[in-house]
Design a protein around this ligand. Structure first.
Ligand SMILES: NC(=O)c1ccc[n+]([C@@H]2O[C@H](COP(=O)([O-])OP(=O)(O)OC[C@H]3O[C@@H](n4cnc5c(N)ncnc54)[C@H](OP(=O)(O)O)[C@@H]3O)[C@@H](O)[C@H]2O)c1
Length: 265
């Protein structure tokens, strides 16, 4: 007997049975993504640098009954990235359905104050790590038969929002990497998309949120009139990984309350 309509719609809107790697899941947007993918049925692996925070997050998910594993890893290090993917390979038996390149950071400075070290730190954390993890994950994503990569860019990669020129440049590069991988790897049944959020309440954004002038300029330019929550980014990421999004490839979507389409205060 064929699948009923209700069963096929449930499959289309589910991540049941899928395997996922979400980088930087111990807090902020990554935490919300891990939790949402796990709630929707995926088996999730995550990583971060701070062991105590990672263990705390893993304990919280275990208490809630979600299948989440994790290990400490500094994604700015090439050797750590290689070790991480070796672990993922054995943990998921060589097959990965979902890769969320979430790790990213910022240094808030005027352009003229940036040092050589600042430049290479932001480049290796925000761009090189996502590029290399995608490269290393390719055989696993291909082997799964249905692969999906989500990159985390930012509205700062789409327009100028005064949070640092190097941050904006790394995030702009991520959007272009998305478009190239979407074209190069579609033949391997790997879709590639990018989520570029506006200001979202997370530990990373705390400094921006505390700066009243910056916060107000964000809010007045945002038609929805407020900043976003991590759960408003994770729902979009989850959707893009689902069979329901099977024809969406190479897209940059901004969960930003309308900020990037508004040019009037
Ligand atoms: N929050 C926003 O307003 C906003 C807006 C647009 C885009 N984004 C982007 O969204 C992503 C997540 O941002 P967030 O605000 O959630 O940041 P966050 O609060 O700082 O969380 C970042 C996560 O990544 C981990 N991480 C950072 N550097 C790492 C490294 N080198 N190796 C391994 N793990 C690392 C952190 O844990 P450890 O520190 O323990 O390593 C943490 O789990 C970033 O790519 C960011 O650029 C954020």
């Amino acid at each position: 007997m064929g699948e009923s309509n209700i069963d096929s719609i449930k499959k289309k809107w589910s991540l049941e049975g899928m395997t996922a790697l979400v980088t930087g899941g111990s807090k902020g947007i990554g935490y919300a993504i891990v939790e949402e993918l796990a709630q929707l049925g995926a088996s999730v692996y995550t990583c971060s640098r701070n062991e105590a925070q990672l263990n705390e997050a893993l304990n919280q998910w275990a208490t809630k009954g979600y299948i989440v594993t994790g290990s400490v890893c500094d994604l700015a290090s090439r050797a750590h990235r290689e070790e991480l993917i070796t672990r993922i390979h054995s943990h998921f038996n060589g097959k990965l359905n979902i890769l969320v390149n979430n790790v990213g950071t910022n240094i808030m400075k005027e352009t003229l104050e940036f040092t050589e070290e600042d430049f290479s730190f932001l480049l290796s954390t925000n761009l090189e790590s996502a590029f290399h993890i995608s490269q290393l994950s390719h055989p696993l994503l291909k082997a799964s038969g249905v692969g999906s990569i989500i990159f985390l860019s930012s509205v700062a990669g789409v327009v100028s929002i005064n949070v640092g020129s190097i941050y904006g440049a790394t995030k702009g590069a991520i959007t272009q990497l998305t478009k190239n991988l979407a074209c190069e790897w579609a033949k391997d049944n790997i879709r590639t998309n990018c989520v570029a959020p506006g200001l979202i309440r997370t530990p990373l954004a705390e400094l921006h949120i505390k700066d009243e002038k910056l916060l107000n300029s964000f809010i007045t330019r945002t038609p929805i009139g407020r900043i976003g929550e991590a759960g408003e980014v994770s729902s979009l990421v989850a959707f893009l990984c689902m069979p329901a999004a099977s024809y969406i490839n190479g897209q940059i979507i901004c969960p930003d309350g309308g900020l990037t389409v508004n040019c009037i205060d």
